[in-house]
Design a protein around this ligand. Structure first.
Ligand code: C2O
Length: 343
């Protein structure tokens, strides 16, 4: 059977998975008894998520204003920036158990729930930002780390005066070329070429079935972490580690599940992870895997809870998120140079 949405009134203590210690922060969301089954609204104007390295100063201004407003919302408003960050902590650090399964933890990483959970998470985050600036067309920028032009932290996140800034990042990597293979090679050209080879392997060559890309099945009653898909295990994790701050006890912010969402860069990182799912489904001509979407009902009927842009608690299902266009957003078209990096 599919895993059911967590029960908020049973949300408990979270654990730092890097150390095994209990976390002294409460990452549970505000309670509400009023849950609505979410219906995707009709798409009036398609949003287009832009590549973060290519956006205009006007866009950066708007995005910064939206995040600033999110940070200024009352602390107990589920749309507040820290509350949004805590969503990741609650779903990823053992604060929730699987309903009806005793104390069995619920975990959205290292399985086929990885892409759908993060897609819904970003979906509401983006709608909240749009609402806060009165712009329903607002679309999150994706950190285009699969393209050589995007293989550094996007500059808009580096301005200490901006709401997009976070001081807890690896200071040696603020302007460094991303190293997806964690090679520590000092030659940026070699690192870029190695990154492209890694992308090709994750997106095309290494995948013999849809589960190799999406992650392994995770059903009601299953133990956590059945196995990540290729992109989750590889580039996705490498970037968390690349940005996380080694001066902090546990790689905070981006290098640890409980704190990752506190860095605004997290949402642009994941917007590109999400883009990899769309590319995999619709844009890889030489992908030989016959099945591009998981059709197992246990996958499609898994549900999660989120607060929407009106602070209404909603229940969403995986089946409503498998097509990004139905959710109302498209992606700026950027070349995929890694398609030519067959090792
Ligand atoms: Cu929920 Cu990049 O992790």
């Amino acid at each position: 059977n599919p895993i059911k949405a967590p029960e908020l009134d049973k949300c408990g203590v979270a654990t730092n998975l890097n150390t095994g210690a209990m976390l002294d922060i409460n990452c549970c969301p505000p309670m509400s008894q009023d849950i609505i089954d979410y219906q995707l609204p009709p798409v009036v104007h398609m949003k287009v998520r832009p590549s973060a390295h290519r956006v205009s100063p006007e866009y950066i201004f708007k995005y910064n204003m939206a995040i600033d407003r999110m940070k200024r919302l009352p602390k107990d408003d589920p749309r507040n920036f820290m509350q949004q960050a805590n969503i990741h902590c609650a779903y990823c650090n053992g604060a929730y158990d699987q309903p009806g399964q005793g104390t069995l933890d619920l975990q959205v990483h290292n399985s086929w729930l990885f892409f759908p959970f993060h897609r819904w998470y970003l979906y509401f985050y983006e709608r909240i930002l749009g609402k806060l600036i009165g712009d329903p067309t607002f679309a999150l920028p994706f950190w285009n780390w699969d393209n050589p032009k995007g293989m550094t932290i996007p500059p808009m996140f580096l301005d200490p005066k901006s709401a997009l800034y976070d001081s807890k990042r690896n200071q040696d990597n603020l302007k460094a070329v991303l190293d997806l293979g964690m090679t520590r090679n000092k030659d940026p050209l070699q690192v870029v070429s190695n990154n492209l080879t890694i992308m090709y392997t994750e997106m095309v060559r290494g995948n013999a079935s849809v589960y190799d890309f999406m992650g392994k099945p995770y059903r009601e009653g299953d133990k956590v972490n059945p196995g990540p898909g290729s992109a989750e295990r590889g580039s996705h994790t490498a970037i968390h580690v690349f940005v996380g701050d080694p001066r902090e006890p546990s790689g905070e912010d981006l290098g640890n599940f409980y704190s990752a969402g506190r860095d605004p860069l997290f949402y642009s990182h994941h917007a590109n992870v999400d883009r990899m799912w769309t590319l995999w489904q619709y844009f890889l001509p030489n992908n030989k895997v016959p099945e591009k979407t998981i059709t197992d009902p246990d996958f499609l009927n898994t549900s999660f809870l989120f607060y929407d842009e009106n602070a209404q608690l909603v229940r969403v299902t995986v089946k409503d998120c498998v097509d990004n266009l139905r959710m109302g957003y498209d992606l700026e078209r950027i070349d995929l140079p890694w398609l030519d990096y067959r090792p």
